[in-house]
Design a protein around this ligand. Structure first.
Ligand code: FEO
Ligand code: CA
Ligand code: CA
Ligand code: CA
Length: 559
């Protein structure tokens, strides 16, 4: 059965305007991002009227090297690459997923920020010119690179309306490519129960028990990949960074979902969720406290997965499924019950390590690069950004909607539909990270690759720099795609995350100046500090526009 397709102008119909009466259940908010019950003030009529009068303005596409915001928004730079977070540690490179957990549920203005550091640009980080094939990396260069990936835990506080880093707070620490972490699995992975480090931490998620999830995406660029041949031999494909020359770690130790305890930084890799280019991991907790975890494999023609735990609050005991979106079925990847898997693999551990092959054997649907996944706080439907698949002629991307049967997240059947999201009619291309705010408006970022943007006569020319958009769900602007921020040159916005009171949007600015080939002449200078080089950074965005969007359901009287 072909999934229903919605045109670019049918966003509201696609989203579904169903209200669930008292609507926004806190448990949905666990799933959609913010882990504490939203702390929204009751506004006076005057305040509501002021926000109601505020006009949402569309920011024009721009190729200017700056972070531009539409009317009603302002930003401050919270953390830049290289900033000290403690006497020992500094903030890593290419920030991606952010999430915030208050230390005390009653105070949304003091808590721990997690930030992914996805990958490095060696020109900036280790002074290694990757365009010169005659130059070999030294171990000192590799060590610098390994320090600059992984993630950061940083305590931040909002003081007089401005977010600030709490320097040297005992929670502040780095997780890097050298941090030891265990596998949450009873069978060793390539002979080991401990892995060294995490890398390519792209997007992530949060658990109902208040820990961070960080997802290993393009892990093969660090230590390469193993190819399992039909004759039983294993072939190694070299990595792009060449770290395996000095650190010969098995590729099988990477490509997992990693959980970090914010309190002590303890990390573990969740084998049960499978090994692939994990973009994100979005959790929902069932009434009996079992969890459902959705995760997409962001590579051309790869798949969408969901794990359903058999025990409360477990990311180990349970079954992994892969989506057949054509027939609306979740296909089990359980070795015990799938004879096709028994023919090819020796046990469940091998299935999970080589889960892409297992998924294809069982007829999973090939998708156009699943990126971020969010659960709509209003309808409970699951949204997956399919960013593009140039090989299949999809340059601008779509959004996939999964409606689980009877709204049950542990259902093994579903209906799917597709919104033709990107394209000139809507003014954006390549949707990537998604975030719902407290009124259920959809915010999203785009990721056109740095080398393809602003190229004359190229498919991405009309869209100029990558941007942040919002699509209001109610009111006079409902269904309109509004650009609210434009990124510095070559950059992509990543990791949008609302503070629990809904008044701040944390956002990463990843890879500004990525196309630089000469350090003395970088293609971007943002954030314009004294070092005169571009620096990936996290910003805190505030303003009337965010406040209006968060109150839109009240202003419009819809909930
Ligand atoms: Fe790291 Fe799929 O974005
Ligand atoms: Ca992404
Ligand atoms: Ca998200
Ligand atoms: Ca992307």
């Amino acid at each position: 059965m072909q999934a229903k397709k919605y045109s670019r102008t049918e966003f509201i119909s696609f989203l579904g305007k169903v209200g669930l009466g008292a609507a926004i259940a806190p448990s949905f908010l666990v799933a959609c991002g913010n882990n504490s019950t939203p702390i929204l003030e009751d506004l006076t009529n005057d305040q509501l009227n002021k926000l109601k009068d505020f006009v949402l303005e569309h920011l024009a596409a721009s190729d200017i090297d700056d972070l531009l915001l539409t009317n009603g928004l302002n930003y401050s730079t919270l953390l830049k690459w290289g900033d000290k977070i403690s006497d020992e540690d500094s903030f890593g490179f290419n920030c991606d997923f952010t999430c915030f957990i208050p230390l005390d549920d009653d105070n949304p203005k003091d808590g721990l920020l997690w930030v992914n550091h996805e990958y490095i640009n060696s020109l900036f980080v280790s002074d290694y010119d990757y365009t010169d094939i005659n130059q070999a990396r030294t171990i000192a260069q590799v060590d610098k690179e390994m320090y600059n990936v992984g993630g950061s835990i940083v305590r931040i506080k909002e003081i007089d309306g401005k977010w600030e880093v709490v320097q040297n707070d005992p929670h502040n620490r780095r997780i890097t490519a050298k941090t030891e972490m265990s596998f949450n699995w009873d069978t060793p992975i390539k002979g080991a129960s401990i892995a060294i480090g995490t890398n390519n931490n792209c997007s992530g998620g949060i658990t109902p028990w208040k820990t961070f999830l960080t997802c290993e995406e393009n892990y093969d660029i660090c230590y390469g990949e193993s190819v399992y041949e039909e004759d039983g031999s294993v072939r190694h494909i070299d990595s792009f960074y060449g770290w395996e020359k000095y650190y010969d770690y098995p590729p099988e130790h990477y490509g997992w979902v990693v959980e970090i305890d914010p309190k002590d930084g303890k990390a573990q890799k969740h084998v049960a969720l499978g090994r692939f280019a994990h973009e994100c991991c979005t959790l929902f907790q069932l009434e009996d406290e079992r969890v459902v975890a959705y995760s997409g494999d962001d590579s051309n023609d790869e798949h969408l997965y969901k794990f359903i735990s058999s025990e409360p609050n477990s990311l180990k005991d349970g079954t992994l499924y892969v989506a057949d979106t054509e027939n609306g079925k979740w296909i089990s990847l359980d070795w015990e019950t799938q004879p096709i898997l028994q023919e090819k693999f020796t046990d469940q551990t091998e299935v999970l390590i080589r889960v892409r092959e297992a998924a294809k054997l069982l007829g999973a649907t090939e998708l156009n690069r699943p990126e971020d996944i969010e659960i709509d706080p209003i309808t409970g439907n699951v949204f997956v950004a399919l960013t593009n698949n140039k090989g299949k002629g999809d340059f601008h991307g779509t959004i996939l909607k999964i409606e689980e049967t009877e709204g049950a997240y542990d259902s093994l059947t579903f209906e799917s539909s597709v919104y033709l999201a990107g394209g000139e009619d809507n003014g954006f291309s390549c949707p990537d990270n998604l975030a719902f705010d407290l009124s259920g408006n959809l915010w999203f970022t785009t990721d056109m690759s740095g080398s393809a943007m602003n190229i004359e006569d190229g498919p991405y020319m009309p869209f100029k720099n990558n941007s942040l958009f919002v699509i209001p769900r109610f009111g006079e602007d409902e269904g309109r795609v509004v650009r609210v921020a434009s990124a510095p040159r070559d950059a992509e916005f990543t990791g949008p995350w609302f503070a629990p009171d809904g008044k701040t949007l944390f956002l990463s600015v990843q890879h500004p100046g990525e196309q630089t080939s000469d350090l003395n002449n970088p293609t971007s200078l943002w954030p314009f500090d004294e070092d005169n080089i571009p620096k990936p950074s996290v910003v805190a965005i505030k303003g009337d526009l965010i406040e209006k969007m968060n109150q839109l359901n009240k202003i419009e009287g819809k909930v």
